[in-house]
Design a protein around this ligand. Structure first.
Ligand SMILES: [Zn+2]
Length: 74
């Protein structure tokens, strides 16, 4: 998984540090995969895809940039 990086001020380190988080771009590929699976299974996959979307909607909301020096979430 690729990481997104940015320079940001860390309140914990009290100086600008490098922050990084997981790249959410990969999820778009998964969404396309679910769409294809739904077609191939005549819609049987849709409930699984919805459950997946809800689960990832929750985890995506918790994705934050973390300071690479102290781990502080910005
Ligand atoms: Zn820090």
């Amino acid at each position: 998984m690729s990481m997104l990086q940015k320079q940001a001020f860390c309140p914990s380190c009290r100086r600008p540090t490098l922050h990084q988080k997981a790249n959410a771009e990969q999820n778009k590929t998964f969404t396309t995969g679910h769409a294809i699976l739904s077609v191939f299974t005549c819609g049987l996959w849709i409930p699984i895809a919805i459950a997946w979307a809800i689960w990832h909607g929750m985890t995506l909301g918790t994705q934050k940039y973390h300071c690479t020096q102290c781990g502080h979430a910005s």
